[in-house]
Design a protein around this ligand. Sequence first.
Ligand code: NAP
Length: 287
Amino acid sequence: MTAQVIDGKAMGAIIEKGLTDEAKAMEKRGRAPHLVVVIVGDDAASHVYVRNKQRACERIGIKSTRYDLPSTSNPSDLIDLVDNLNKDVGVDGILVQSPLPAGFDEISITEMIDPKKDVDGFHPVNLGRIVTGKVDGLLPCTPSAVIHMLESTGERLAGKKALVVGRSRIVGMPTALLLAQKGVDATVTISHSRSSDLQGLCLDSDIIVAAVGRPGMIKSDWVKSGAIVIDVGINRIETEGGSKLVGDVEKGASDRASWMTPVPGGVGPMTIAMLMRNTIRAAGDEV
Ligand code: NAP
């Protein structure tokens, strides 16, 4: 079996097309949606991510403003900026790029953002809504991308055994909650660094969502024949010619899976599309 590719780039482009029409309509009615991205310090990967998010805004017609704070800035500078952005009625979405430099408390900064402007979907109010079954608000972008990609296969997800490898606040845990929600109806297992027999858990699963951050950690022969594999991991590895991005799942797993996401070009572009969707939702007061 060779897995069919779940093409995040193509799916993201279709979603962006629909959002472009919505952004245009909003601009006609008053003003374009407005996303503010704040970046602190000079983490190279973060600068690439922020640039990609700004480019997506340009494609769609979302106004984007970027604040660059130096790595020498104090947490209080960031707190004051977020406070002002919360009060600014001309700002619809606020995103503080992670990771923040040492000395900054990411969780308390996230909690400061007005939940209605929290386009990352990481505020406890927005994460908590998932537990109550409210899934039409500002959902965390990567988990939401994972669900879209699974649904795009057209396979029946209800009753399937889904394994989420990783339990982070921003990816693994909310993904597991979304998979278990009514309407998706998967039977979910969450594994983490203290879990035993990951191989056995993988082999028993119809769906594997890998979100760990370790290149090729899920071996090809751990994947059950016909399983759907969503590889969230983005890992840069050195090669003879330089470096390249790889996922958490060995590429050879596509010989056993029925569907699989590529890395790059899978969950990454869909995550950006979900961020754009959240910004339009926030601007439309749908949250
Ligand atoms: P994270 O906060 O470091 O969490 C990693 C998770 O993996 C933790 O829950 C950890 O368990 C678990 N883990 C570590 N070793 C394990 C093992 N041997 N077996 C099972 N679980 C293990 O990372 P994250 O922010 O969730 O990101 C995960 C990956 O996704 C990274 O590669 C990141 O770059 C990527 N990512 C991609 C996108 C995208 O747009 N495609 C977005 C976000 C993140 P413990 O809780 O026990 O420590």
